[in-house]
Design a protein around this ligand. Structure first.
Ligand code: ADP
Ligand code: ZN
Length: 432
């Protein structure tokens, strides 16, 4: 289902023309209205009129998360503060949170893109959406909220927390769509189950999950347990919030990034050179229409690859792969690089384990160590010790064989690890 059929299926040539005219306008606006960008462009001897083609973007400066922190809270506004109608902030997952301002048109565009994302996921005006993303400074709750209203569907503004009550509401209000983080979806499933509510008996047909990395193995697990189609939504507060991109109903073919509003690049984080489709690197986004706080070549620190083949859904907007993780989350264990998502994939594929795990980083004699704690299934929890030990050894061998790292494995009781109401906290760093 298309929300903006003409724009979503715009021939790529026309899409590129639109991007170029918007990029020119962006450079002009930032050059004149944001001191930070004027200085950066002048340092590079780049004047707005030098921009002639889309590939000239390579000459434009990058914007780093640190630049937003340095200009906290309002230093990067391109409009007078009185034209800002809303403020949000990032969750602060990797440090001090960053602040972002929106103009009246920015919040309208956001609602439109979020509605477009919902429609791409198969949501229509007949649906009832149980929105368990947190409401507040975090963009998840309000972002989804206004998109649902824009689409004309029914919003249940639940927010995060109060999980037992949420389980009851799922039963009482009959939502057809669930929106939250993938880890919270699993938590909600467990709590509902304890209260005698089976997800499969509810009328939920689709879950729109994002705000944290999750693997395709995790997706399969969620779909099997919750009995719904689990689709991936991508966004970040600095660039807008949820709805920068969305996996379409065609299913698991990558996340469409709405290119009439965002220019997408994947770069090698070390050389900062652009990478071709298929190669994994850092996602870089330029906001083409944001008025209040536009960003040029924002380095998201999220790792993904471009998929440039046409999608069977008919949308012409490019796609990115599932996010592998954040560059900040990469673990280096005795010289070997590994992402939590790679460990997640292996754990979920192992019979007898649940998708609840924690990675504990420690240090022994100046060497980094990794311990993986993972909850076992109820079914094998009461097994004999020697069976559990055999399972531990098996996981250890798999991690060594497929990822090249030596990890300590600790199987723990079902439901013993902390559950999060928003983004899962999977890494515990005890290295001091
Ligand atoms: P913070 O960086 O503090 O968590 P936000 O709350 O704005 O800030 O969250 C945006 C970040 O969440 C993204 O940069 C990305 O790392 C992560 N994220 C959002 N959606 C997804 C997704 N679908 N898959 C993986 N990671 C995601
Ligand atoms: Zn598609």
């Amino acid at each position: 289902m298309f929300h903006d059929p003409d724009l979503e299926t715009l021939p790529r040539e026309d899409l590129k023309k639109l991007q170029l005219s918007r990029l020119k306008d962006l450079v002009l606006r930032t050059y004149h209205n944001v001191v930070f960008y004027r200085n950066k462009l002048e340092e590079l001897d780049f004047r707005p009129e030098h921009l002639r083609s889309l590939s000239d973007i390579r000459h434009l400066p990058f914007t780093e998360k640190q630049d937003l922190r340095d200009h906290f809270p309002y230093g990067l506004l391109a409009l007078p503060r009185e034209n800002v109608v809303r403020i949000h902030a990032s969750s602060g997952t990797t440090g001090k949170s960053t602040v972002v301002g929106y103009s009246r048109r920015d919040v309208r565009n956001w609602a439109g893109l979020m509605a477009r994302s919902l429609a791409a996921a198969g949501v229509s005006s007949r649906d009832i959406v149980h929105n368990a993303y947190g409401y507040g400074l975090f963009t998840g709750g309000l972002g989804v909220h206004y998109g649902v209203e824009e689409l004309g569907a029914t919003i249940l503004p639940i927010s995060g927390g109060g999980t037992k009550r949420q389980a009851m509401l799922l039963k009482d209000f009959g939502p057809t769509v669930l929106t939250c983080t993938p880890s919270y979806a699993l938590h909600l499933y467990e709590v509902a189950r304890e209260a005698g509510i089976e997800f499969r008996d509810l009328g939920l047909h689709t879950g729109i999950f994002g705000a944290e990395p999750w693997t395709d193995e995790m997706r399969l697990e969620i779909e099997a347990k919750l009995g719904l189609k689990a689709l991936n939504i991508y966004g970040l507060s600095e660039v807008m919030g949820p709805g920068v991109g969305q996996e379409c109903e065609a299913g698991h073919q990558g996340i469409h990034i709405w290119e009439d509003h965002f220019l997408v690049e994947i770069i090698d984080p070390r050389t900062r050179e652009n990478l071709p489709p298929g190669q994994t690197g850092e996602l870089v986004l330029t906001t083409l229409t944001k008025e209040a706080q536009p960003l040029i070549r924002y380095r998201t620190r999220d790792l993904a690859s471009l998929i440039d083949t046409p999608c069977c859904c008919g949308r012409t907007h490019t796609r990115i792969s599932r996010i592998l993780g954040r560059s900040d989350d990469m673990l280096i264990i005795r010289g070997v690089n590994v992402f939590p998502s790679q460990i997640e994939g292996l754990l979920i594929e192992t019979e007898g384990l649940t998708p609840h795990y924690q990675l504990i980083l420690g240090r022994e004699k100046s060497m980094d160590t990794l311990e993986i704690r993972v909850e076992v299934d109820e079914s094998i929890f009461s097994d004999e010790i020697k069976h559990l030990q055999r399972l531990e050894q098996k996981i250890k061998n798999n991690i060594k064989e497929f990822l090249g790292v030596t990890a300590g494995i600790k199987l723990v009781e079902p439901r013993s690890l902390d559950r999060s109401e928003g983004k899962a906290q999977r890494i515990l760093d005890l290295r001091g």
